[in-house]
Design a protein around this ligand. Sequence first.
Ligand SMILES: Cc1cc2nc3c(=O)[nH]c(=O)nc-3n(C[C@H](O)[C@H](O)[C@H](O)COP(=O)(O)OP(=O)(O)OC[C@H]3O[C@@H](n4cnc5c(N)ncnc54)[C@H](O)[C@@H]3O)c2cc1C
Length: 416
Amino acid sequence: MKSKHDVLIIGGGPVGLSCAYYLLKSGRRVTLLDANEIGRGSGSGNAGHIVPSHIIPLAAPGVVTSALKWMLDPAHSPFGMKVSLDPNYLSWLLKFVLACSEANVLRSIKPLNDLGQLSAKNFAQIVAEDKFDCAYQEKGLLFLYKTEKAFHDGQHEGEFIQKHGIPVSVYDKAKIHAVEPAALDDVIGGVHFTGDAHLNPAVFLSLLKERVKSMGAELMNGTQVIGFNSANGKVTKIKTTAGDFEAEQIVLAAGALTPSIAEDLKLNIPIQPARGYSTTMSATKTMPSHALILGERRVAVSPMGEVLRFTGRLEVGNYSMEPNPVWIQRIENSAREYLRLDEKLDVKETWAGLRPTTPDGMPIIGKSPQHSNLIFATGHAMLGLSLGPGTGQVVAELLNGQEPAVSLSPMRLDRF
Ligand SMILES: Cc1cc2nc3c(=O)[nH]c(=O)nc-3n(C[C@H](O)[C@H](O)[C@H](O)COP(=O)(O)OP(=O)(O)OC[C@H]3O[C@@H](n4cnc5c(N)ncnc54)[C@H](O)[C@@H]3O)c2cc1C
């Protein structure tokens, strides 16, 4: 048994690392465990988009119909799902379908907006104060469209989001080609969320890891949590492959694997993995000058200095982190439908990651209903990087008994 730790964080992804940073800043001593390598999990190969404009949750009206339509065109569908009779999976699917309502959207907008704005401000501060050289750019997120129907729907969504204080610009054909010269001639318009930003997530996470280390965090790679003991409303022991630990406070930030860890505490956490892929290429002659979403294909594009990344697919229920070469190629093909790319690009890395997805599209941040020294910070789905530094700040505030900067009641586990 190791000596008692102050705060022990399980999971070194963007959420766990951000919690470590803000807890250390608040004067706590931090131990951060990861089953694999800190900073290299589902956060490292993602699109790197920092998107306070994403205030509409994944569970929204029309999503189920769109998903069914997409599945009729399997070679281009941005969406897929596992076929399984696993009761947890089926219960998650049912909850998701029921949450795809206007009421869920209206309930989620304020919490996502508040946490997104806080997080974007924190990113800018960390990058500036800690001098992080991670291809960070505040140039917004630009959606490109090739069809009138998708452009019209995109404008409509942009107008709705703008009503909630998010800056949005709509570009006609002439303007979109002036703003984004990498777009091919048949791109007819764009919607620009000008308050968004992007960066290279692997570089950011590696710099954040070094920063928390220099602030005094004890970092343990290859240390998998395999169970807990609890007594009198507290977690008393954390069992790992590197031995048992005791801690005053525990933060559970294990992404899509959080439910299997929490099972040992008899807690049911409704999270399913939503797998996606990325392919990172050498720079092309006409590099896109913005972070992009290719509207009809739902593929993300991220220029990151010397490299260019394409990201896509959302496959619910799959835990494997093997990149699928067929989808990697299709994602590149989609990018070629919108962008001026060199005929041959060198592939630097192909990757798969898991988005930890709740049925209502909102994260789970808050204290365990049954354990006074356990806090959850998980379920951020497609926004775990974007909402990381905001989550880190509110978790530190909650753990230190302060009023969190953002109301956490809509994010409690017991809403399910
Ligand atoms: C294709 C794709 C593109 C994306 N693009 C974006 C984007 O542009 N912007 C954005 O904000 N988000 C994006 N995301 C989502 C984002 O990557 C996730 O939301 C984020 O990684 C979740 O962070 P996390 O820290 O909660 O979990 P993770 O990143 O999954 O980290 C959890 C960590 O916990 C560790 N762990 C698991 N089990 C145990 C255990 N038993 N013991 C110890 N450690 C354990 C894991 O090894 C892992 O390192 C994207 C995701 C994908 C797949």
